[in-house]
Design a protein. Structure first.
Length: 77
């Protein structure tokens, strides 16, 4: 099943299929290791859902809600 990283629930894991967006924001995500094929686990969400904390490539990363909305994931079953 595919869904955006923003829609993951705590503890859910998946693989990045595609990073949408253009220009600087896409490049910034790539520089942080958010690239197709990487495995991501949702760790925490702020009370209002922004920001979120994920584990990717062995480290903790905080993303804004609008950044997480650009990442299309395949949910691991």
């Amino acid at each position: 099943m595919q869904k955006k990283l923003e829609d993951f629930i705590i503890g859910e894991t998946g693989q990045i299929l595609k990073v949408e967006g253009e220009g600087r924001i896409r490049r910034r995500l790539f520089d942080m290791g958010v690239t197709p094929g990487a495995m991501v686990t949702m760790k925490k969400k702020a009370p209002l859902g922004d920001p979120i904390e994920v584990t990717i490539r062995g480290y903790e990363l905080s993303l804004r809600k609008d950044e997480a909305n650009l990442v299309l994931m395949e949910v691991e079953k």
